[in-house]
Design a binder for this molecule. Structure first.
Ligand code: FAD
Length: 380
């Protein structure tokens, strides 16, 4: 994947923004578990939520690789902010752009691509995570409406004051072969019976918005069906294939951020009369971290290149997601060790990466799910 001048300019713009605007408020939002509305507002004005969408829907006319590069830079300093953009774009707006009617795109996308609004993607349920096909939420066809009942679990960006809607999977009938017919339906915020329950108390990603959702006789118009009836599950899975590249980019940013912080710290921190970087055990540990970050980046660049070229990229996206999330987790652990006791203090970015990184091996398909997908591509 060639880094053109445009991509390079984007990297530098987002890097400056992350350092000057995001980093100063990260520890505060993390400690207060508060959503960074002021940062989201600025990212919206910069066009980050519109990167891979055409200008006719308020987007920047870029592509998915541009989004990935931006996520890598944001995640170096703040995973909550990065995942707010990742989920907002690739899970919130993208399903509407890919599968929506012209009316749906015109109604929802301009606010989503400008960051004035956020949308959630409701696939996971209390009894359906990795096995997403076990969806139990139902949507009953009632003349000119759908009536939705059920619950969704762990839904990102679903309960902010600017959340405009959540797109959910629901069982809308039975297929001729007896399997569930799963469709996707847009549920606008504020629809009676649709509730974003109180936010979770999470281990990390404290400034990212995550809620359980409940649906009790929620009535939405028939035209809120997104895409073809019965294609909801397949459509959501294809959204997740792309999303894995974005999450891999985010995880690469974490892995690289841990390297950058460790290089800085190890050259300054003195022990036994010299900088700790002089000890080979420390410099080798950082060299290994750099190798992991580089491998993760190469993997997501490769997956993105295949996707943009219209080639099959499922296996590469799964490899990138797995390798990068493991790199993030490993680098966060080692970077914390290099920072000693300071690495255990939440004011330090490596401490937040230590808590925040674990979810990267779980969300948008666990490591085991990635292994299943890779094995399947190998015919196993
Ligand atoms: C902070 C956060 C944000 C999230 N955001 C969203 C969101 O916006 N939208 C959304 O829909 N979901 C979201 N999720 C849900 C997330 O995608 C799921 O948690 C994840 O897919 C795993 O599902 P589960 O938690 O039900 O675990 P389970 O599927 O129950 O898995 C438990 C364990 O069993 C393993 N396992 C399961 N099946 C197999 C198998 N066949 N072979 C081997 N091992 C297996 C898993 O790998 C895992 O280790 C979010 C989760 C969190 C924590």
């Amino acid at each position: 994947m060639e880094l053109t001048q445009e991509y390079d300019d984007l990297i530098h713009t987002v890097r400056d923004f992350a350092q000057s605007v995001v980093a100063p408020v990260s520890a505060k939002h993390d400690a207060e578990h508060s959503f960074p509305y002021e940062v989201v507002d600025q990212m919206g004005k910069m066009g980050l939520f519109g990167l891979p969408f055409p200008e006719e829907y308020g987007g920047m006319g870029g592509d998915y690789f541009a989004l990935s590069l931006a996520l890598e830079e944001l995640a170096k300093v703040d995973q909550s902010v990065a995942v707010t953009v990742e989920a907002g774009v690739s899970l919130g707006a993208m399903p509407i752009y890919r599968f929506g009617s012209q009316e749906q795109k015109q109604r929802w996308l301009p606010d989503l691509t400008s960051g004035r609004a956020l949308a959630g993607f409701g696939l996971t349920e209390p009894g359906a995570g990795s096995d997403a096909g076990a969806t139990a939420t139902t949507a009953v066809d009632d003349g000119d409406s759908w009536i939705i009942n059920g619950a969704k679990q762990f839904i990102t960006n679903s309960g902010t004051s600017i959340t405009s809607n959540v797109t959910v999977t629901a069982v809308t009938g039975t297929k001729p072969d007896g399997r569930k017919e799963i469709s996707t339906i847009i549920v606008p915020s504020g629809t009676p019976g649709f509730t974003a329950e109180p936010a979770y108390n999470k281990v990390g990603w404290n400034a990212s918005d995550t809620h359980p959702l409940t649906f009790t006789d929620v009535r939405v118009p028939k035209e809120n069906l997104l895409g073809t009836r019965g294609r909801g599950y397949a459509n959501f899975l294809s959204i997740l294939d792309e999303g894995r590249i974005a999450i891999a980019a985010l995880a690469t940013g974490v892995a690289q951020g841990c390297v950058d912080e460790s290089v800085k710290y190890a050259t300054q921190r003195q022990s036994f009369g010299q900088p700790i970087a002089q000890y080979q055990s420390v410099s080798f540990a950082i060299a290994r971290m750099e190798a992991r970050a580089h491998t993760a980046r190469t993997a997501y660049y490769d997956a993105a290149a295949k996707m943009l070229a219209g080639k099959p990229f499922k296996k590469e996206a799964s490899i990138a997601k797995m390798v990068a999330s493991e790199a993030a987790m490993d680098n966060a652990r080692v970077a914390t060790q290099i920072h000693g006791g300071y690495g255990f203090m939440n004011d330090y970015v490596v401490a937040r990466h230590y808590r925040d990184s674990k979810i990267l091996e779980i969300g948008e398909g666990t490591t085991e799910v990635q292994l299943m997908l890779i094995a399947r591509e190998l015919g196993l």
